[in-house]
Design a protein around this ligand. Structure first.
Ligand SMILES: Cc1ncc(COP(=O)(O)O)c(C=O)c1O
Length: 177
């Protein structure tokens, strides 16, 4: 009585017509393809449990126990969870820091280049773009440097999902390569 009939009409269980997130073949597959097109991706996978699940999946897909991964000091805790679950070794990068605002900015191409020189066996670089406060580092240059080592740049773009949808916004991670 409290919730009314509408609630139960919106509670849609795993009916065949609603597809299956773990093996999408119908409407979810179609929606994923449309999303990939919209974001300029080769492929898109929907997930539950937020950006956290995507970040953990990306780290687990690339890193196993003892593998090195470059990560900024100012990452979201989901990255730390990914490190713990994969057993990867973090090579921490100091982001630029604005002492007047007491604000950590982005990692720089210089720090990435320097650290990859010291750790050429690293399996990936991870970057937060934009940061929680909206700071966008030089992602195009960082992607270029990272790919010189034939390793992927994982981008935590949790706050930048809108970047591909207006030319006045910063370049999206996918567009930046
Ligand atoms: C930069 C960044 N990455 C990842 C996350 C995790 O996102 P979610 O809460 O959707 O799992 C957050 C959440 O605030 C975030 O700020």
């Amino acid at each position: 009585e409290l919730l009314g009939n509408q609630l139960f009409k919106a509670d849609l269980p795993e009916l065949p017509e609603l597809d299956n997130l773990f093996n999408p073949e119908g409407v979810i597959a179609e929606a994923q393809n449309l999303a990939a097109e919209a974001f300029g991706a080769e492929q898109t996978w929907f997930l539950v449990n937020g950006s956290t699940a995507g970040i953990i999946a990306a780290i687990l897909a690339i890193c196993g126990t003892g593998d090195k991964i470059l990560v900024p000091r100012n990452v979201h805790q989901s990255v730390i969870s990914g490190l713990i679950l994969s057993g990867a070794i973090a090579i921490f990068l100091q982001p630029e820091y604005n002492i007047n605002w007491d604000l950590a900015y982005s990692i720089t191409p210089e720090i990435v280049a320097q650290t990859l020189q010291q750790h050429p066996d690293a399996k990936a670089v991870l970057m937060v773009y934009p940061t929680y406060q909206g700071i966008c580092g030089n992602i195009t240059e960082i992607a270029k440097i990272t790919h010189q080592y034939h390793i992927p740049l994982i981008v935590d773009e949790a706050h930048g999902a809108h970047f591909n949808f207006h030319p006045d916004l910063p370049v999206s991670a996918l567009k930046a390569g």
